[in-house]
Ligand binder design. Structure first.
Ligand SMILES: [Zn+2]
Length: 401
């Protein structure tokens, strides 16, 4: 067993609270005349101590910043967890690992790991929902450890918890699911690009690709409960799932078009390029991003929990929905995007002194905010207005991050 996992997985203090609700549910189920509605109270949900245990393990010095031998160790850890959950290997020949070859014949530069959960519906099980997170990070540089707690141990923890919840749910998912840990994201999305070029299931059977990268902090360290969700512009049918999954949570969910980022900034890129419906969850870059300070102690663990639970609910909707979301080439940008951009720009503007925003950038923020005020008041945005707003937001984001 990898360090950390045995001792932190079953802490005595949590065991009591963990078991008790189940005992209670069982009692109610026995005396209640009607059965519980599956998917409600009896359904497992991501647990805070489990998320924390994964993050603390992967960010510990033994994993050496998850590059080179450290990435190998992280891949082994994921394989162990998939095995412990009794999930099937996703690749040919019963392998959990997919070698990513190097340029020289016979060499490899890393490996993806993935597990499969076969769906319960005889028809829908032919389709797959993918839940992924990259596990690699920057390693040890100049003698300093880059722990990558937020980037991206946070989303690996989420992915493992979603896997546990779906596998142990009393109502198994109708569609099949692949749980994936990508390697070499930091090197240029090598892991996800290789996976898409050599997929273990035909790409046209992927109903939805869900990934997250950094879900434990906030944009610029200032955006409190905001979480950004990219991708619904190409599959608007997903929006009600997100809305319902976010309901009642202390989160502000901002739907943004992926084109707000100039390049594909995470593993959704290769799927997006192939017209596969995708969702990308992130809390954005913050002052600890890609520094040795990206440690578990500075994470907002409650926010990470809420986002993980929200993603688990979205995935649940995706695996059981009668219809898979359809990809549309021509993106649909909701007005909510303008509202979200305005809220974030206002926060950054309010903190312009500590962010050391110069006069030129402040001018860009103010004019973009004026534009967005008009758009929100009118209740509509033209493509030209959106292009200007995105341009303004990019200038600001590049400046502060
Ligand atoms: Zn990352």
């Amino acid at each position: 067993m990898p360090p950390g996992s045995t001792q932190t997985d079953k802490p005595g203090s949590f065991r009591w609270t963990d078991r008790r609700p189940h005992a209670l549910i069982l009692t109610i189920a026995l005396i209640a005349p009607t059965p519980l509605h599956a998917g409600e109270t009896a359904s497992p949900t991501p647990e805070p101590y489990r998320l924390r245990a994964v993050v603390e393990t992967l960010a510990s010095p033994e994993y050496a910043g998850r590059s080179g031998a450290g990435a190998e160790k992280a891949a082994d850890y994921l394989v162990d967890r998939f095995r412990a959950l009794k999930l099937e290997p996703a690749f040919d020949d019963g392998e959990y690992s997919q070698r990513i070859p190097g340029q020289e014949p016979g060499t490899r530069i890393g490996r993806n790991v993935a597990a499969r959960l076969i769906g319960s519906d005889p028809k829908l099980r032919e389709q797959y929902v993918l839940v992924a997170a990259h596990f690699d990070h920057l390693g040890v540089r100049g003698g300093r450890l880059y722990p990558g707690a937020d980037d991206n141990a946070s989303a690996v923890a989420m992915m493992l918890e979603v896997a546990r919840c779906l596998k142990t749910s009393p109502t198994p998912p109708k569609r099949s699911v692949l749980f994936i840990g990508f390697d070499l994201e930091e090197a240029g999305l090598f892991g996800s690009r290789y996976f898409v070029a050599h997929p273990p299931v035909p790409l046209d059977r992927i109903a939805l690709f869900v990934t997250a990268d950094m879900i434990g902090r906030s944009l610029a360290g200032l955006c409190g409960d905001h979480v950004f969700v990219l991708g619904t512009e190409h599959a608007p049918a997903i929006r009600p799932w997100i809305e319902s999954a976010a309901k009642g949570r202390p989160l502000t969910v901002d739907l943004l078009g992926a084109d707000i980022l100039v390049l594909n900034r995470s593993d959704y890129g290769p799927f997006r390029s192939r017209g596969i419906p995708f969702l990308f969850f992130t809390t954005g870059e913050n002052p600890c991003y890609h520094t040795p300070r990206d440690v578990p102690e500075t994470l907002d663990h409650d926010k990470m929990l809420q986002i993980s639970r929200m993603i688990e609910r979205v995935v649940r909707s995706a695996v059981d929905a009668p219809e898979a979301p359809r990809w549309r080439d021509n993106p649909d940008h909701p007005l909510a995007e303008a509202v979200a951009l305005r809220a974030v720009l206002r926060i950054l503007h309010d903190h312009r002194d500590e962010l050391q925003i110069g006069t030129a950038q402040e001018f860009v923020i103010r004019s973009t905010l004026r534009l967005l005020d008009g758009v929100v008041e009118r209740g509509a945005i033209t493509p030209e207005e959106r292009a200007r707003a995105i341009q303004g937001a990019r200038v600001v984001l590049f400046t502060v991050l």
